[in-house]
Ligand binder design. Structure first.
Ligand code: PHE
Ligand code: ZN
Length: 852
């Protein structure tokens, strides 16, 4: 074990030895030899009495000089730090100045200062700043930054407000103290699409979306989303922006989605650039959500930051919750909620059920980058949603106002967050806190009873063991319930049942007949509902439930029941399901987006998870076949009416990315997919040729690939878009995700031989290797070729970009679900990865946890 692999524990937290009163940085940019001068004004931290050495983080830095209060010194350095002994430090304030040299052009990990297409950019969260200069690289050390950039490139950006610039230099000043992970610098030949925003107190803010020349015409939607986010944040949370400028920069080489650096958000270009020809409706929705997410971090993350990285959910859970609220307000709230729950189950429930399960607030880690997970983000957001449901909207608002008031400028903890809710409501939240400390998805068993005119719902919660947590305590679960009478009228509108014990009953009196319950409306808690329900009752709810989420959920549960029976008992496609879907799909009174969602079948991985949760072994090949058979049966059952639906949904209006039009396109494309199963691809080919938007092109292409057609269209698409990185990513992932199970790995091998398979680019790597991992039946093909190929590529990427390699490795997190032969093959690949010399701590930690 090297020092790099030490486990860090929440319980060991101590404040830093020193406080930092000011930071002045000078960058002399050069691709292979950038100089960074850092002047840091320190004083001893009264919270750490006694005399302490000063230990600064630093990795991969060439130290050129070091001065303490102007006197040259030779500090002790090693691979990870610079230390000045206590005896060599003044007792009061002092200034330390260092000069280091770094090589951005050799930085393939995309952490710290690196280059992308000739531009300089930074990524510092979580611990990248230490690759730029020696510094106390931890979120609870907050300071004011002044930055000077020297370079001949035309656009030079950093955090805060611009203060001065001349030929070959620019200076920035950020008045808001911040941790180093929010530092950013960009230098390049960039073009902006600009706008302005006037805040509610009258501050005029200049807005810029910076992109590579030629991409300016693809920024309008990002800019518009930013303006709407700023307005929404003022109206709903009462928070205004606090600088004169807000800059967004798009970069092609980026490990994650985007980054909330103060006043200078840096984005993966795929979440900025959009035009009707190049972006799908899904892309537009994602751009809107991520722009909002990063902007909302200005208050939840930047003004109030995290004390340490264990508190990551403090900023991420809350900011995801807020971006979900925003998207719900901008679009259809019901449709957004359904999409969010689909994603939660696909990513977070999957994580929670496997070897990588961890609490929303983990208690230890080796590499913090491995904890930017669905659990921290998505379950973290669900926990806040539950809190809001439990205390009510008015109390939530009071608590948030108190949070901003009390903690502005702080590096805070989950304890601080919960205390604000306790103080605002008088509630004791100690039991609620278990949601932060215990991993695993609770299972909620439900029984009902109707005796002497009294209806009783009895719930029992089961909290499964997870790695390191064999036993669990009962959680507080808000269960939203409504009751319908047999005619489909709502007799008890939604009420919240607050479950706090392991098992609990709730009584309903005064009902004329046994009601049909609608349980966990709006998905009021991230749990698995375990209740045997007759298909007829599910079909009834699909037809009548007044809660849109549960209406959709009834259809989804029915589809899952059908698929499980087909896979495990060789059953036929059920008529209840076919009739139920038909009724919804042709119901013109319903939102087309909602109808499209009801036509979507559960994903194969989701089915495997469901079968595994029922304590059976999923067979990927059979799941794939059953899903296909269901689509075939649906296409027959919906019949000729599909054609009319398809034709009527095209109103010939010019393209708009709004939710209404996107919903109609989604339904139309779903109809096309089903029609294509019967016409051999004639309509889909026509639709491809006439497509006016990327959504339609991809929709038609998907329909063709699903019936193993479309070779000409696939080629035409590649010819048209060969020069466009973001669009070609779609092409790669579309081909691989639609490949037949036995074909997926061989096709991936062929595609990785293409000249434009630039595997060092994280987006491209994910579109190809990630897409193979996401093709359930292909990745888990019994030949083991999928496992082998993904492992090969992880081993290859790891030395260059450990963060992305570690993230993609989660492809293997479900391996314990499958049969002995598959398990053996997957495990052998994981073990092979472990034997790789110089494996990164990132990938090593992931693989070791998956094998534990
Ligand atoms: N903090 C970023 C976000 O949630 C995500 C991120 C983490 C980006 C680490 C880069 C590195 O918006
Ligand atoms: Zn975030």
């Amino acid at each position: 074990m090297t020092a790099a692999q030490k486990t860090i524990h929440l319980a060991d937290y101590q404040p830093f030895t020193h406080l930092l009163d000011g930071v002045e940085l000078t960058f002399r940019l050069a691709p292979s030899a950038t100089r960074v001068v850092a002047r840091l004004a320190f004083r001893p931290n009264p919270a750490r009495p006694g005399r302490h050495p000063l230990r600064l983080d630093g990795e991969g830095l060439k130290l050129l000089s070091c001065q303490l209060d102007g006197q040259p010194i030779t500090p002790k350095t090693d691979k990870r730090s610079l230390t000045i002994l206590a005896k060599d430090l003044p007792q009061g304030p002092f200034t330390l100045e260092t000069e280091v040299e770094i090589a951005p052009d050799a930085n393939t990990a995309l952490e710290g200062l690196y280059m992308s297409n000739g531009m300089y950019c930074t990524q510092c969260e979580a611990e990248g700043f230490r690759k730029i200069t020696y510094y106390p690289d931890r979120p609870d050390v907050m300071a004011r930054f002044k930055v000077r950039i020297e370079s001949d490139l035309p656009v030079l950006l950093s955090n805060g407000n611009p203060v001065a610039k001349g030929k070959g230099w620019a200076e920035w000043d950020d008045p808001w103290p911040k941790p180093a992970y929010l530092f950013a610098l960009v230098a390049g030949d960039l073009k902006a699409r600009s706008g302005t925003f006037r805040t509610f107190s009258g501050r005029k803010v200049a807005l810029n979306v910076w992109v590579r020349p030629g991409d300016e015409d693809r920024c309008a939607y990002a800019l518009d989303s930013l303006i709407r986010s700023m307005k929404w944040e003022e109206e709903v949370y009462g928070r205004e922006y606090d600088l004169d400028v807000f800059n967004i920069v798009a970069v092609d080489d980026f490990n994650m989605g985007a980054m909330e650096n103060k006043g200078l958000n840096i984005f993966n270009s795929r979440y900025v650039l959009a035009s009707p020809e190049t972006a799908t409706d899904e892309d537009y929705a994602r751009i809107e959500a991520i722009i909002a997410h990063e902007y909302f971090h200005n208050w939840t993350g930047n003004r109030i930051t995290c004390r340490d990285w264990f508190q990551l959910c403090l900023k991420e859970g809350l900011t995801v919750f807020r971006d979900h609220q925003f998207s719900g307000d901008m679009r259809s709230a019901a449709v957004r909620r359904i999409e969010d729950v689909v994603a939660l189950r696909a990513r977070q429930f999957r994580e929670d059920a496997g070897p990588l399960a961890h609490p929303v607030r983990p208690e230890s880690f080796v590499e913090i980058n491995n904890f930017y997970t669905a659990t921290v983000y998505e379950k973290g957001a669900e926990v806040i949603g539950m809190l809001k449901t439990l205390v009510g909207d008015a109390a939530y608002k009071r608590a948030l106002d108190l949070y901003f008031d009390r903690h502005d400028g702080d590096a805070a903890t989950i304890e601080d967050w919960l205390k604000v809710f306790e103080d605002a409501t008088g509630r004791d939240l100690s039991q609620f806190k278990l949601w932060y400390s215990e991993a695993g998805t609770p299972r909620l068993k439900v029984q009902d009873d109707w005796t002497d005119g009294v209806y009783t719902l009895t719930f029992a919660q089961e909290n499964p063991a997870t790695p390191g947590q064999p036993t669990k305590q009962p959680k507080v679960i808000p269960i939203n319930v409504g009751l319908l009478n047999p005619n489909g009228d709502e007799v008890v509108p939604t009420i919240m049942l607050e479950m706090t014990r392991e098992s609990q009953s709730f009584r309903f009196e005064g009902l004329a007949a046994r009601p049909i319950p609608s349980i966990l409306r709006g998905f009021s808690a991230p749990v698995i509902l375990d209740r045997a329900v007759a298909p007829s009752e599910r079909a009834f709810l699909l037809a009548h439930d007044t809660d849109p989420f549960n209406r959709w959920e009834a259809g989804r549960a029915l589809a899952k029941d059908v698929m499980v029976d087909m896979v495990t008992k060789g059953a036929e496609v059920s008529a209840d399901w076919l009739d139920g879907v038909a009724a919804v799909v042709f119901d013109e009174s319903l939102d087309p987006a909602f109808r499209a969602l009801c036509l979507r079948l559960p994903a194969e991985d989701d089915m495997a998870q469901t079968i595994h949760a029922a304590k059976r072994v999923p067979d990927p090949g059979r799941i794939h076949a059953a899903r296909r058979e269901m689509l075939g049966a649906l296409s027959v059952r919906l019949g000729e009416r599909l054609q009319r639906l398809y034709d009527n949904l095209d109103d010939g209006a010019p393209f708009s990315p709004d939710a209404g039009q996107a919903g109609r396109r989604a339904l139309r494309i779903a109809a096309l997919g089903l029609l294509t199963r019967r016409d051999g691809g004639k309509m889909a080919s026509l639709a491809f040729a006439r497509a006016k938007s990327m959504t339609e092109s991809i929709g038609a292409l998907s329909a063709l690939l699903d019936i193993r057609q479309g070779a000409a269209e696939v080629a035409a698409f590649a010819t048209r878009w060969v020069g466009d990185r973001n669009v070609m990513d779609k092409w790669y992932s579309l081909l691989i995700s639609h490949a037949e199970p036995a074909e997926a790995a061989p096709l991936t091998v062929r595609l990785t031989g293409r000249d434009d398979f630039d595997w060092r680019n994280p987006n491209r790597f994910r579109s190809v290797i990630g897409a193979l991992a996401g093709n359930h039946a292909g990745f888990h093909h019994r030949s083991g070729a999928g496992y082998r190929l993904v492992a090969d590529w992880l081993i290859r990427l790891d030395p260059l970009n450990p963060q992305t390699a570690a993230r993609v490795s989660t492809a293997f997190e479900t391996w314990p679900r499958y049969d002995a032969a598959r398990r053996r093959r997957a495990k052998a690949e994981l073990e092979r990865i472990l034997t790789t010399p110089t494996l990164s701590p990132d990938l090593r930690e992931m693989v070791e946890r998956m094998l534990a």
